[in-house]
Design a protein around this ligand. Structure first.
Ligand SMILES: Nc1nc2c(ncn2[C@@H]2O[C@H](COP(=O)(O)OP(=O)(O)O)[C@@H](O)[C@H]2O)c(=O)[nH]1
Ligand SMILES: [Mg+2]
Length: 258
């Protein structure tokens, strides 16, 4: 059970037509969840204000376990670290393995272990960022816990959620986990180098994804071969500049030419 969002249990059974998880217990769970989300939203607002004050552009990477978040992050750091300061918050239930991979790639990282929790929340991310102390005008990359459900509901104060789906997971995931694809602004369709070896209908996947979220910006990537990573890093830099312009200042001062 997730002890941080109470997402366990209940549901609608096919052919049954009504929601299970009855009466008082369900109502109590709904009100606990609402309280948690309201609290989280307040911390997320504070994070967003702090990021804006410091010119930090934050992205929240969400996906199921193993779709390639850490691999994409290490590849992104390799491509951008000489152009913009980067700091990383790593979320996992256990271990500091991913933070170690990020530090080896050349960016400061801090790991949050959520224990039984199935997502990062804005309060712990705020504390982690205080400890990380990213430079002004930097890029903050947050790798959420591998889970296509709960992280959709928890705003961390990021500028954008980026959902990663790998071609080994099946093209039906946008329909099965619509909240996540609706909450994201960008979809990285990762592991495209494996397309010749798996049964995965890219067009159908994108049709499903756009049915859930017509605004979704889609990039096809391979962290292994590097395909699509220039487009991905180009999107990051353009979006960071756009966010800065929207805040009323121009350009990314810390950005070296490249
Ligand atoms: N073939 C292929 N493998 C990948 C790619 N990206 C990640 N992987 C592999 O997928 C596995 C999980 O990757 P990881 O980055 O740890 O995923 P995370 O759990 O989402 O952070 C590792 O064995 C990676 O080497 C890719 O684009 N292509
Ligand atoms: Mg990872």
């Amino acid at each position: 059970m997730c002890t941080t969002c109470g997402c366990q249990g209940g549901g609608r059974i096919e052919g049954d037509g009504h929601q299970h998880g009855h009466g008082g217990a369900r109502l109590r769970r709904v009100s606990i969840e609402r309280g948690l989300l309201e609290k989280n939203d307040a911390f997320a607002r504070a994070n967003r204000e702090a990021f804006a004050r410091q010119g930090i552009f934050a992205l929240n990477l969400v996906s199921s376990p193993g779709s390639g978040k850490t691999s994409l992050l290490t590849a992104t750091i390799a491509l951008l670290k000489n152009r913009v300061p980067i700091a990383v918050v790593e979320g996992d239930q256990q271990t500091t393995l991913d933070a170690e991979r990020i530090r080896a790639a050349g960016a400061p990282a801090i790991q949050i272990n959520t224990g039984q929790g199935c997502h990062l929340d804005a309060h712990s991310v705020g504390h982690a960022v205080e400890r990380l102390a990213p430079l002004p005008d930097s890029l903050l990359l947050i790798e959420n816990v591998g889970n296509l459900v709960c992280p959709a509901a928890f705003d961390l104060g990021e500028a954008h959620k980026v959902v990663i789906l790998s071609v080994t997971e099946g093209e039906d995931k946008p329909l099965k986990y619509p909240d996540m694809f609706a909450a994201a602004d960008v979809l990285l369709l990762n592991k495209v180098d494996l397309l010749p070896h798996v049964t995965f209908d890219v067009d159908r996947c994108l049709l499903y994804a756009r049915r859930v979220n017509p605004r979704l910006h889609v990039l096809r990537t391979s962290a292994t071969t590097g395909e699509g990573l220039d487009a991905w890093t180009g999107w990051i830099l353009a979006a960071a500049r756009g966010a800065k312009r929207a805040r009323g200042s121009h350009g990314m001062p810390a950005l070296a030419p490249g």
